[in-house]
Write a protein that binds this ligand. Sequence first.
Ligand code: ADP
Ligand code: ZN
Length: 217
Amino acid sequence: MSTRLILIGPPGVGKGTQSALLHARLGLKTMSSGDIFRKEIEAETDLGRMAQRYIQHGELVPNGVTIEMMAKRLRDEDTRKKGFVLDGFPRTDRQAEALDEILFEMDMGLDKVISIEVPEETILHRLAGRMGCTKCGEIYHSRNKPPMREGLCDKCNGPLFVRTDDQPQTILERLRVFKETTEPVIGYYEKTGTLLRVDGSVGPEETYQEILAGITA
Ligand code: ADP
Ligand code: ZN
């Protein structure tokens, strides 16, 4: 089965968790623009240095470089064979149009755009306290899901880190940018009839089941 999905929603809504489940259980190739930027930053590439200036303030990286970066990955033959989950892209109307063009060129369509929805208070609570494993990507939370040993991953012993953009001021800015710039993209897909709304406040497994039901319906 080759399924093509987009996950869209405010920061902290669980897009990363759902794309990991979709990868593990359906074998879909996951492409997270945020993760790709973080890898570029870590590798200290020119793109990483440039992106970092925006990311640390909760602003979006400019469309041109973001589109180019994602287009390169989408054009890989793997995406055609295995299907894909896009997490964090498209985030602007311009990016959504560019994605349409890339998919048209490749003669591929989108199956579903999944909007994960959660009340704002929940988001603030989730993001403040979030930690991730530098090795395996597992996500922890200081109150909701603390690791057994402070600063270390339960699964692989890797060191945990707090994202530099998970500071309270930056979180508020990311939410503002989402409402202003990314929410209209949801409307764009609503018009084309590919939108699936799921509840992101019920727990990862329940959300996953809603997604599964929606994409196999
Ligand atoms: P979250 O969804 O939790 O805010 P991401 O990991 O998806 O986090 O993205 C982190 C940051 O990377 C964003 O705040 C933004 O600066 C940048 N970024 C990610 N995806 C895009 C995109 N499609 N366009 C522009 N900037 C992006
Ligand atoms: Zn780990």
